[in-house]
Design a protein around this ligand. Sequence first.
Ligand code: HH2
Length: 273
Amino acid sequence: MPNFVCGRFELDLTQPRIMAIINVTDDSFSGDGLRGNLDGALNKAERALAEGADILDLGAESTRPGSDPVPEQQEIDRLVPLIEALQGCGVPLSVDTLKPSVMRAALAAGADLINDVNGFRAEGAVEAVAAGTAGLCVMHMQGEPRTMQQAPQYANVVDEVGAFLVQRTEVLLRAGVRRERVLLDPGFGFGKSTEHNLALVRGLGALRDLGYPLLVGLSRKSLLGAITGKPVEARGPASVAAALMAVQYGAAIVRVHDVAPTRDALAVWQAMS
Ligand code: HH2
């Protein structure tokens, strides 16, 4: 597979990569939201880099089930200073947003990757990102965050998620995006029951066969609570196991809260593979 083109960077994805989650939200499900505290976010980013993060994913709007949208100016005001302050950190800066105006502001401030949990479906999203070289993570979500976990329905979750990702990617390619800029993500927990999430983990190989690198975010999610019976703050070990399984099944990048243990687990996996 060719290198993943990601703004100022090209990532070799023949070895698994770690995307560290840096939330400046008020209400993230994992309880790690830094409420727009720039120094807190910079400290967290520095720690993630020291622990071996390959990408930083900056988010200013929670998308947990039941969450409410954040005004776009607030999202921009929280993200832009962070992107500017982290410009020289040496790894790609990803921005987790579904709003075209925020995408534009983030790219103008120097973001390298736009991570859209809505698959670039908002009006103007494709136009906001098509030019340039920023990486684009296309994620699947059924419904919208406020209601998505109420009654998710699929006839065949792997096929339907795959078809959606192909369709959204074709829209991007038609708008002039090079294939090397695209990452796909099945969107664990975004309009999916436990059974749907498990079927998608087992189906990662089929999704990888679509021909794009896969990003997987299972860290601390409710699927792990359903399996272990543990509350969100005690899901660290389960998250590391889930990241390993995701890589084993075909993920190129894992999106995690806990970089250090994930880095160790991947090092062991690589040495023993
Ligand atoms: N999950 C969350 C947010 N963004 N982006 C991608 N590509 N894949 C994911 O699985 C994903 C994502 C939810 O996790 P988190 O950021 O920890 O929580 P919140 O949205 O509550 O801030």
